[in-house]
Ligand binder design. Structure first.
Ligand code: 5GP
Ligand code: MG
Length: 460
Protein backbone atom coordinates (compact mmCIF):
# COMPACT_ATOMS: atom_id res chain seq x y z
CA UNK A 1 0.00 0.00 0.00
CA UNK A 2 1.25 3.46 -0.77
CA UNK A 3 0.22 7.04 -1.40
CA UNK A 4 1.19 9.15 -4.41
CA UNK A 5 0.99 12.81 -5.35
CA UNK A 6 1.89 14.84 -8.44
CA UNK A 7 1.97 18.64 -8.76
CA UNK A 8 2.26 20.74 -11.92
CA UNK A 9 2.30 24.51 -12.29
CA UNK A 10 3.11 25.76 -8.79
CA UNK A 11 6.30 27.70 -8.11
CA UNK A 12 6.93 25.65 -4.98
CA UNK A 13 5.70 22.31 -6.29
CA UNK A 14 7.79 20.27 -3.82
CA UNK A 15 6.23 22.06 -0.84
CA UNK A 16 2.73 21.33 -2.15
CA UNK A 17 3.76 17.69 -2.64
CA UNK A 18 5.09 17.65 0.93
CA UNK A 19 1.77 18.86 2.36
CA UNK A 20 -0.08 16.39 0.16
CA UNK A 21 2.07 13.54 1.46
CA UNK A 22 1.37 14.68 5.00
CA UNK A 23 -2.34 14.12 4.29
CA UNK A 24 -1.57 10.72 2.75
CA UNK A 25 0.67 9.51 5.59
CA UNK A 26 -1.87 6.87 6.62
CA UNK A 27 -1.20 5.11 3.29
CA UNK A 28 2.42 4.34 4.21
CA UNK A 29 4.82 5.07 7.04
CA UNK A 30 7.97 3.25 5.98
CA UNK A 31 9.50 5.79 3.64
CA UNK A 32 8.76 9.07 1.89
CA UNK A 33 10.21 10.85 -1.12
CA UNK A 34 9.78 13.77 -3.49
CA UNK A 35 11.33 14.50 -6.89
CA UNK A 36 10.98 18.01 -8.34
CA UNK A 37 11.83 19.58 -11.69
CA UNK A 38 12.13 23.06 -13.13
CA UNK A 39 11.72 21.57 -16.60
CA UNK A 40 15.46 21.09 -16.93
CA UNK A 41 16.94 19.50 -13.84
CA UNK A 42 15.31 16.92 -11.59
CA UNK A 43 16.25 16.92 -7.91
CA UNK A 44 15.10 14.29 -5.45
CA UNK A 45 15.09 13.47 -1.77
CA UNK A 46 14.01 10.20 -0.21
CA UNK A 47 14.37 8.60 3.18
CA UNK A 48 13.07 6.02 5.64
CA UNK A 49 10.46 7.23 8.11
CA UNK A 50 7.51 9.57 8.29
CA UNK A 51 7.06 12.55 5.97
CA UNK A 52 7.93 14.97 8.78
CA UNK A 53 11.09 13.01 9.61
CA UNK A 54 12.34 12.78 6.04
CA UNK A 55 11.79 16.44 5.06
CA UNK A 56 12.59 19.82 6.52
CA UNK A 57 12.52 23.40 5.24
CA UNK A 58 16.09 23.25 3.94
CA UNK A 59 15.58 20.01 2.04
CA UNK A 60 12.36 21.33 0.51
CA UNK A 61 14.00 24.60 -0.54
CA UNK A 62 16.54 22.59 -2.51
CA UNK A 63 13.82 20.80 -4.43
CA UNK A 64 13.28 23.64 -6.87
CA UNK A 65 10.79 23.72 -9.69
CA UNK A 66 7.18 23.85 -10.76
CA UNK A 67 6.71 20.08 -11.15
CA UNK A 68 6.91 17.48 -8.38
CA UNK A 69 5.96 13.90 -7.62
CA UNK A 70 5.88 12.35 -4.15
CA UNK A 71 5.37 8.99 -2.54
CA UNK A 72 4.78 7.39 0.88
CA UNK A 73 5.47 3.71 1.12
CA UNK A 74 4.00 0.69 2.87
CA UNK A 75 5.80 -2.19 1.29
CA UNK A 76 4.01 -5.15 -0.20
CA UNK A 77 6.82 -6.25 -2.51
CA UNK A 78 10.47 -5.52 -1.92
CA UNK A 79 12.03 -4.88 1.47
CA UNK A 80 12.15 -1.66 3.48
CA UNK A 81 15.45 -0.12 2.56
CA UNK A 82 16.10 3.41 1.41
CA UNK A 83 16.98 1.99 -2.00
CA UNK A 84 13.37 0.87 -2.28
CA UNK A 85 12.01 4.29 -1.32
CA UNK A 86 10.24 6.11 -4.15
CA UNK A 87 9.95 8.14 -6.40
CA UNK A 88 12.13 5.93 -8.52
CA UNK A 89 14.44 8.20 -10.55
CA UNK A 90 16.30 7.32 -13.76
CA UNK A 91 18.00 9.15 -16.61
CA UNK A 92 17.49 8.10 -20.18
CA UNK A 93 18.38 9.92 -23.40
CA UNK A 94 19.17 13.26 -21.68
CA UNK A 95 15.83 13.20 -19.81
CA UNK A 96 15.15 12.34 -16.22
CA UNK A 97 12.10 10.41 -15.11
CA UNK A 98 10.74 10.01 -11.59
CA UNK A 99 7.99 7.48 -10.98
CA UNK A 100 5.77 6.94 -7.93
CA UNK A 101 3.58 3.86 -7.86
CA UNK A 102 0.70 2.71 -5.65
CA UNK A 103 -0.37 -0.87 -6.23
CA UNK A 104 1.16 -4.23 -6.96
CA UNK A 105 1.87 -6.01 -10.23
CA UNK A 106 0.90 -9.66 -10.44
CA UNK A 107 3.21 -10.51 -13.36
CA UNK A 108 6.27 -8.71 -11.99
CA UNK A 109 8.28 -11.90 -11.52
CA UNK A 110 7.66 -12.97 -15.10
CA UNK A 111 8.43 -9.52 -16.56
CA UNK A 112 11.58 -9.12 -14.54
CA UNK A 113 12.92 -12.51 -15.61
CA UNK A 114 12.23 -11.66 -19.25
CA UNK A 115 13.92 -8.27 -18.93
CA UNK A 116 16.95 -9.77 -17.19
CA UNK A 117 17.29 -12.34 -19.97
CA UNK A 118 17.56 -9.41 -22.37
CA UNK A 119 20.28 -7.81 -20.25
CA UNK A 120 18.39 -5.40 -17.98
CA UNK A 121 20.07 -4.65 -14.65
CA UNK A 122 17.90 -3.98 -11.60
CA UNK A 123 18.88 -1.76 -8.69
CA UNK A 124 15.97 -2.57 -6.39
CA UNK A 125 13.48 -5.33 -5.60
CA UNK A 126 10.48 -3.11 -6.42
CA UNK A 127 8.03 -3.98 -9.14
CA UNK A 128 7.93 -0.25 -9.98
CA UNK A 129 11.44 -0.52 -11.44
CA UNK A 130 10.10 -2.98 -14.01
CA UNK A 131 7.67 -0.33 -15.22
CA UNK A 132 10.52 2.13 -15.76
CA UNK A 133 12.46 -0.47 -17.78
CA UNK A 134 9.50 -1.24 -19.99
CA UNK A 135 8.91 2.48 -20.56
CA UNK A 136 12.53 3.09 -21.52
CA UNK A 137 12.52 0.20 -23.97
CA UNK A 138 9.51 1.62 -25.83
CA UNK A 139 10.46 5.33 -25.67
CA UNK A 140 11.69 5.42 -29.26
CA UNK A 141 8.02 5.27 -30.26
CA UNK A 142 7.20 8.39 -28.20
CA UNK A 143 6.26 8.78 -24.55
CA UNK A 144 2.49 8.20 -24.87
CA UNK A 145 2.96 5.13 -27.02
CA UNK A 146 5.58 3.86 -24.56
CA UNK A 147 3.15 4.21 -21.66
CA UNK A 148 0.40 2.57 -23.69
CA UNK A 149 2.66 -0.38 -24.54
CA UNK A 150 3.76 -0.67 -20.92
CA UNK A 151 0.15 -0.66 -19.73
CA UNK A 152 -0.48 -3.49 -22.18
CA UNK A 153 2.30 -5.56 -20.61
CA UNK A 154 1.95 -4.99 -16.88
CA UNK A 155 -0.84 -6.78 -15.04
CA UNK A 156 -2.20 -5.83 -11.66
CA UNK A 157 -2.88 -2.71 -9.65
CA UNK A 158 -1.19 0.57 -10.49
CA UNK A 159 -2.02 4.19 -9.84
CA UNK A 160 1.07 5.99 -11.07
CA UNK A 161 2.39 9.55 -11.21
CA UNK A 162 5.38 10.12 -13.46
CA UNK A 163 7.55 13.19 -13.75
CA UNK A 164 8.91 13.05 -17.28
CA UNK A 165 11.38 15.91 -17.69
CA UNK A 166 8.99 18.86 -18.24
CA UNK A 167 5.68 16.96 -17.94
CA UNK A 168 3.57 15.41 -15.22
CA UNK A 169 1.86 12.20 -16.27
CA UNK A 170 -0.68 10.09 -14.41
CA UNK A 171 -1.93 6.68 -15.43
CA UNK A 172 -4.12 4.09 -13.78
CA UNK A 173 -4.74 0.39 -14.41
CA UNK A 174 -7.91 -0.45 -16.37
CA UNK A 175 -9.57 -2.04 -13.31
CA UNK A 176 -9.15 1.04 -11.13
CA UNK A 177 -7.93 -1.12 -8.22
CA UNK A 178 -6.44 1.83 -6.31
CA UNK A 179 -7.86 5.35 -6.16
CA UNK A 180 -6.35 8.33 -8.01
CA UNK A 181 -7.91 11.76 -8.36
CA UNK A 182 -7.28 15.02 -10.18
CA UNK A 183 -7.56 18.52 -8.78
CA UNK A 184 -6.75 22.09 -9.70
CA UNK A 185 -4.76 24.67 -7.75
CA UNK A 186 -4.47 28.28 -8.99
CA UNK A 187 -4.40 27.19 -12.61
CA UNK A 188 -2.00 24.32 -11.89
CA UNK A 189 -2.88 20.65 -11.43
CA UNK A 190 -2.60 18.06 -8.69
CA UNK A 191 -2.97 14.30 -8.91
CA UNK A 192 -3.30 12.40 -5.64
CA UNK A 193 -4.28 9.03 -4.20
CA UNK A 194 -7.05 10.59 -2.12
CA UNK A 195 -9.00 13.83 -2.07
CA UNK A 196 -7.84 14.58 1.52
CA UNK A 197 -4.52 15.62 -0.07
CA UNK A 198 -6.34 18.13 -2.29
CA UNK A 199 -8.25 19.51 0.69
CA UNK A 200 -5.09 20.21 2.67
CA UNK A 201 -3.55 22.37 -0.07
CA UNK A 202 -6.95 23.92 -0.87
CA UNK A 203 -7.07 22.49 -4.38
CA UNK A 204 -10.38 22.00 -6.16
CA UNK A 205 -11.41 18.45 -6.94
CA UNK A 206 -12.04 17.92 -10.67
CA UNK A 207 -12.54 14.19 -11.17
CA UNK A 208 -10.96 10.74 -10.85
CA UNK A 209 -8.18 9.73 -13.20
CA UNK A 210 -10.22 7.18 -15.16
CA UNK A 211 -9.27 3.50 -15.10
CA UNK A 212 -7.10 2.84 -18.16
CA UNK A 213 -6.53 6.56 -18.76
CA UNK A 214 -3.22 8.36 -19.42
CA UNK A 215 -3.28 11.98 -18.36
CA UNK A 216 -0.56 14.33 -19.56
CA UNK A 217 -0.07 17.71 -17.94
CA UNK A 218 2.42 20.16 -19.44
CA UNK A 219 2.71 23.85 -20.29
CA UNK A 220 -0.15 23.41 -22.80
CA UNK A 221 -2.50 22.17 -20.08
CA UNK A 222 -4.18 18.83 -19.66
CA UNK A 223 -4.59 16.13 -22.32
CA UNK A 224 -6.26 12.77 -21.84
CA UNK A 225 -5.41 9.61 -23.81
CA UNK A 226 -6.83 6.12 -23.69
CA UNK A 227 -4.08 3.86 -22.40
CA UNK A 228 -5.79 0.50 -22.30
CA UNK A 229 -9.48 -0.34 -22.58
CA UNK A 230 -11.26 -0.76 -19.28
CA UNK A 231 -13.39 -3.91 -19.64
CA UNK A 232 -14.53 -4.14 -16.06
CA UNK A 233 -13.85 -2.24 -12.86
CA UNK A 234 -12.39 -3.81 -9.72
CA UNK A 235 -12.14 -1.02 -7.16
CA UNK A 236 -10.60 -2.36 -3.94
CA UNK A 237 -13.47 -2.38 -1.48
CA UNK A 238 -11.04 -2.64 1.44
CA UNK A 239 -10.03 0.98 0.72
CA UNK A 240 -13.54 1.87 1.92
CA UNK A 241 -13.57 -0.55 4.83
CA UNK A 242 -10.20 0.29 6.31
CA UNK A 243 -7.50 1.90 4.26
CA UNK A 244 -8.57 5.29 2.91
CA UNK A 245 -9.14 8.30 5.14
CA UNK A 246 -12.77 8.89 6.15
CA UNK A 247 -12.69 12.51 4.94
CA UNK A 248 -11.68 11.38 1.43
CA UNK A 249 -13.82 10.67 -1.62
CA UNK A 250 -12.58 7.66 -3.53
CA UNK A 251 -14.27 6.13 -6.58
CA UNK A 252 -16.63 9.15 -6.30
CA UNK A 253 -17.92 8.21 -2.85
CA UNK A 254 -17.20 9.54 0.61
CA UNK A 255 -15.43 7.03 2.84
CA UNK A 256 -16.97 8.17 6.16
CA UNK A 257 -20.53 7.75 4.89
CA UNK A 258 -19.68 4.37 3.42
CA UNK A 259 -18.33 3.15 6.77
CA UNK A 260 -21.37 4.50 8.59
CA UNK A 261 -23.64 2.58 6.24
CA UNK A 262 -21.60 -0.56 7.00
CA UNK A 263 -22.43 -0.04 10.67
CA UNK A 264 -26.11 0.54 9.93
CA UNK A 265 -26.25 -2.63 7.85
CA UNK A 266 -24.54 -4.50 10.69
CA UNK A 267 -27.30 -3.33 13.05
CA UNK A 268 -29.93 -4.60 10.63
CA UNK A 269 -28.26 -8.00 10.54
CA UNK A 270 -27.48 -8.39 14.20
CA UNK A 271 -28.86 -6.65 17.27
CA UNK A 272 -27.23 -7.36 20.61
CA UNK A 273 -28.11 -6.69 24.20
CA UNK A 274 -25.62 -4.06 25.35
CA UNK A 275 -25.32 -1.02 27.62
CA UNK A 276 -23.45 0.79 24.89
CA UNK A 277 -21.61 0.55 21.57
CA UNK A 278 -17.87 1.23 21.47
CA UNK A 279 -15.34 1.16 18.61
CA UNK A 280 -11.79 -0.05 18.54
CA UNK A 281 -10.44 3.37 17.53
CA UNK A 282 -9.76 4.87 15.12
CA UNK A 283 -10.56 2.51 12.30
CA UNK A 284 -13.75 1.21 13.95
CA UNK A 285 -15.20 4.65 14.85
CA UNK A 286 -17.37 5.27 11.80
CA UNK A 287 -19.04 1.86 11.58
CA UNK A 288 -19.61 2.04 15.36
CA UNK A 289 -21.41 5.38 14.99
CA UNK A 290 -23.61 3.90 12.26
CA UNK A 291 -24.30 0.83 14.37
CA UNK A 292 -25.19 2.78 17.52
CA UNK A 293 -27.50 5.17 15.66
CA UNK A 294 -29.34 2.36 13.89
CA UNK A 295 -29.56 0.13 16.98
CA UNK A 296 -30.63 3.05 19.19
CA UNK A 297 -27.85 2.37 21.69
CA UNK A 298 -25.58 4.87 23.47
CA UNK A 299 -22.07 5.38 22.07
CA UNK A 300 -19.02 5.43 24.34
CA UNK A 301 -15.27 5.43 23.90
CA UNK A 302 -14.40 2.46 26.12
CA UNK A 303 -10.82 2.32 24.93
CA UNK A 304 -8.50 5.25 24.21
CA UNK A 305 -5.93 5.46 21.50
CA UNK A 306 -2.49 6.93 22.07
CA UNK A 307 -1.72 8.99 18.99
CA UNK A 308 1.98 9.39 19.66
CA UNK A 309 3.02 5.91 18.70
CA UNK A 310 5.94 6.19 16.32
CA UNK A 311 6.73 4.03 13.37
CA UNK A 312 8.79 1.65 15.51
CA UNK A 313 5.45 0.24 16.45
CA UNK A 314 4.30 -0.38 12.93
CA UNK A 315 7.10 -2.88 12.41
CA UNK A 316 5.74 -6.09 11.01
CA UNK A 317 7.19 -8.56 13.57
CA UNK A 318 4.87 -10.46 15.90
CA UNK A 319 6.46 -9.45 19.21
CA UNK A 320 6.43 -5.77 18.24
CA UNK A 321 2.79 -6.08 17.26
CA UNK A 322 1.80 -7.47 20.66
CA UNK A 323 3.61 -4.68 22.48
CA UNK A 324 2.21 -2.05 20.16
CA UNK A 325 -1.35 -3.00 21.00
CA UNK A 326 -0.87 -2.12 24.65
CA UNK A 327 1.00 1.07 23.88
CA UNK A 328 -1.60 2.13 21.37
CA UNK A 329 -4.87 1.36 23.16
CA UNK A 330 -5.82 1.58 26.82
CA UNK A 331 -9.26 0.72 28.30
CA UNK A 332 -11.25 3.21 30.40
CA UNK A 333 -12.10 1.29 33.60
CA UNK A 334 -14.64 3.81 34.77
CA UNK A 335 -16.72 3.34 31.62
CA UNK A 336 -16.33 -0.43 31.29
CA UNK A 337 -16.80 -1.68 34.86
CA UNK A 338 -19.83 -3.97 35.15
CA UNK A 339 -21.00 -3.30 31.59
CA UNK A 340 -22.24 -5.37 28.66
CA UNK A 341 -20.66 -3.92 25.53
CA UNK A 342 -21.00 -4.10 21.76
CA UNK A 343 -17.56 -3.58 20.26
CA UNK A 344 -17.43 -2.58 16.60
CA UNK A 345 -14.29 -2.83 14.48
CA UNK A 346 -13.70 -2.51 10.76
CA UNK A 347 -11.97 -5.85 10.20
CA UNK A 348 -10.24 -8.86 11.69
CA UNK A 349 -7.02 -9.81 9.96
CA UNK A 350 -4.79 -11.98 12.13
CA UNK A 351 -6.96 -11.72 15.23
CA UNK A 352 -3.95 -10.98 17.43
CA UNK A 353 -4.55 -7.31 18.22
CA UNK A 354 -8.25 -7.92 18.80
CA UNK A 355 -7.53 -10.76 21.21
CA UNK A 356 -5.29 -8.58 23.36
CA UNK A 357 -7.75 -5.68 23.34
CA UNK A 358 -10.72 -7.87 24.23
CA UNK A 359 -8.73 -9.34 27.12
CA UNK A 360 -7.90 -5.81 28.25
CA UNK A 361 -11.51 -4.57 28.27
CA UNK A 362 -12.57 -7.69 30.19
CA UNK A 363 -9.85 -7.07 32.77
CA UNK A 364 -11.13 -3.51 33.01
CA UNK A 365 -14.52 -4.85 34.09
CA UNK A 366 -16.71 -5.43 31.01
CA UNK A 367 -18.48 -8.69 31.81
CA UNK A 368 -20.09 -9.35 28.46
CA UNK A 369 -18.36 -8.57 25.18
CA UNK A 370 -20.12 -8.83 21.82
CA UNK A 371 -18.14 -8.05 18.72
CA UNK A 372 -19.37 -6.83 15.36
CA UNK A 373 -17.08 -6.62 12.35
CA UNK A 374 -18.03 -4.29 9.52
CA UNK A 375 -16.86 -6.61 6.73
CA UNK A 376 -17.06 -10.35 5.95
CA UNK A 377 -14.30 -12.79 7.05
CA UNK A 378 -11.02 -12.12 5.21
CA UNK A 379 -10.11 -15.56 3.90
CA UNK A 380 -7.88 -14.89 0.89
CA UNK A 381 -4.62 -12.98 0.43
CA UNK A 382 -4.47 -9.77 -1.60
CA UNK A 383 -2.21 -9.61 -4.66
CA UNK A 384 -3.16 -6.05 -5.53
CA UNK A 385 -1.47 -4.02 -2.83
CA UNK A 386 -3.08 -4.62 0.57
CA UNK A 387 -0.83 -6.18 3.18
CA UNK A 388 -2.71 -9.44 3.88
CA UNK A 389 0.40 -11.53 3.83
CA UNK A 390 -0.18 -15.26 3.74
CA UNK A 391 -3.25 -17.40 3.81
CA UNK A 392 -1.91 -19.05 6.96
CA UNK A 393 -1.80 -15.77 8.87
CA UNK A 394 -5.37 -14.79 8.04
CA UNK A 395 -7.38 -16.11 10.97
CA UNK A 396 -10.58 -16.63 8.94
CA UNK A 397 -8.85 -18.70 6.27
CA UNK A 398 -8.34 -21.60 8.66
CA UNK A 399 -11.00 -21.11 11.30
CA UNK A 400 -14.78 -20.92 11.44
CA UNK A 401 -16.55 -17.89 12.93
CA UNK A 402 -17.36 -20.01 16.01
CA UNK A 403 -13.71 -21.00 16.44
CA UNK A 404 -12.66 -17.35 16.13
CA UNK A 405 -15.31 -16.34 18.70
CA UNK A 406 -13.85 -18.82 21.17
CA UNK A 407 -10.25 -17.82 20.41
CA UNK A 408 -11.11 -14.16 21.02
CA UNK A 409 -13.08 -15.09 24.16
CA UNK A 410 -16.24 -13.30 23.03
CA UNK A 411 -19.86 -13.80 23.99
CA UNK A 412 -20.92 -13.14 20.42
CA UNK A 413 -19.11 -12.51 17.13
CA UNK A 414 -20.87 -11.32 14.00
CA UNK A 415 -19.29 -10.44 10.67
CA UNK A 416 -21.18 -8.28 8.18
CA UNK A 417 -22.42 -10.40 5.27
CA UNK A 418 -21.20 -9.84 1.71
CA UNK A 419 -24.72 -8.64 0.86
CA UNK A 420 -24.57 -6.19 3.77
CA UNK A 421 -21.24 -4.90 2.49
CA UNK A 422 -22.45 -4.49 -1.09
CA UNK A 423 -25.64 -2.77 0.08
CA UNK A 424 -23.44 0.05 1.42
CA UNK A 425 -21.81 0.54 -2.00
CA UNK A 426 -23.28 2.82 -4.63
CA UNK A 427 -22.03 0.78 -7.58
CA UNK A 428 -22.96 -2.85 -8.27
CA UNK A 429 -20.97 -5.92 -7.22
CA UNK A 430 -19.15 -6.21 -10.58
CA UNK A 431 -17.39 -2.88 -10.00
CA UNK A 432 -15.39 -3.98 -6.96
CA UNK A 433 -12.58 -6.34 -6.14
CA UNK A 434 -13.95 -8.58 -3.38
CA UNK A 435 -11.24 -11.21 -3.69
CA UNK A 436 -10.13 -11.09 -0.03
CA UNK A 437 -13.64 -12.27 0.90
CA UNK A 438 -14.57 -14.46 -2.07
CA UNK A 439 -11.26 -15.67 -3.53
CA UNK A 440 -12.48 -14.54 -6.97
CA UNK A 441 -9.55 -12.54 -8.31
CA UNK A 442 -10.37 -10.07 -11.12
CA UNK A 443 -7.08 -11.09 -12.79
CA UNK A 444 -6.30 -14.82 -12.58
CA UNK A 445 -3.52 -15.60 -10.13
CA UNK A 446 -1.42 -18.62 -10.99
CA UNK A 447 0.05 -20.87 -8.35
CA UNK A 448 3.63 -19.97 -9.21
CA UNK A 449 2.89 -16.31 -8.55
CA UNK A 450 1.09 -17.23 -5.38
CA UNK A 451 4.25 -18.93 -4.15
CA UNK A 452 6.49 -16.09 -5.30
CA UNK A 453 4.44 -13.42 -3.59
CA UNK A 454 4.43 -15.47 -0.39
CA UNK A 455 8.22 -15.53 -0.52
CA UNK A 456 8.66 -11.83 -1.15
CA UNK A 457 6.22 -10.91 1.59
CA UNK A 458 8.17 -12.98 4.07
CA UNK A 459 11.26 -10.94 3.31
CA UNK A 460 9.41 -7.71 4.24
P1 5GP B 1 -6.20 -8.19 14.26
O1 5GP B 1 -7.07 -8.35 15.47
O2 5GP B 1 -6.73 -8.97 13.12
O3 5GP B 1 -4.77 -8.52 14.56
O4 5GP B 1 -6.20 -6.67 13.86
C1 5GP B 1 -7.38 -6.07 13.47
C2 5GP B 1 -7.11 -4.59 13.30
O5 5GP B 1 -6.14 -4.40 12.27
C3 5GP B 1 -8.35 -3.83 12.90
O6 5GP B 1 -8.63 -2.88 13.89
C4 5GP B 1 -7.99 -3.16 11.60
O7 5GP B 1 -8.33 -1.78 11.65
C5 5GP B 1 -6.50 -3.29 11.47
N1 5GP B 1 -6.10 -3.57 10.06
C6 5GP B 1 -6.83 -4.03 9.04
N2 5GP B 1 -6.11 -4.13 7.91
C7 5GP B 1 -4.88 -3.71 8.19
C8 5GP B 1 -3.68 -3.55 7.40
O8 5GP B 1 -3.62 -3.83 6.21
N3 5GP B 1 -2.61 -3.03 8.07
C9 5GP B 1 -2.64 -2.72 9.39
N4 5GP B 1 -1.53 -2.22 9.97
N5 5GP B 1 -3.74 -2.86 10.14
C10 5GP B 1 -4.85 -3.35 9.57
MG1 MG C 1 -8.05 -0.81 13.66
Amino acid sequence: MCGVIGVFGHKEAAKIAFFGLYALQHRGQESAGIAASDGKLVREHRGLGLVAEVFNEKVLNNLEGHIAVGHVRYSTTGSSTVKNAQPFCVSHGYCTYALAHNGNLVNAHFLRTELEKEGSLFQTTMDSEIIVHLLAKALKRGLIEAIRETMGLIKGAYSIVLLAHDKLIAFRDPYGFRPLCLGMLNGGYIVASETCALDLVQAQYIREVAPGEILVIDKNGLTSYEGVKSERLAHCIFEFIYFARPDSYIYNENVYSFRKRLGQNLAQECTVEADFVMPFPDSGNYAAIGYAQKAGLPFEMGIIRNHYVGRTFIQPSQSMRDFSVRVKLNPVREILRGKKVAVVDDSLVRGTTSRTRIKAIKEAGAYKVNMLISCPPIRFPCFFGIDFPTRGELIASKHSVEEIRRYLDLDLLHYLSLEGLLKAAKKGKKNYCLACFTGEYPIPIDEELDKHIFETTKEV
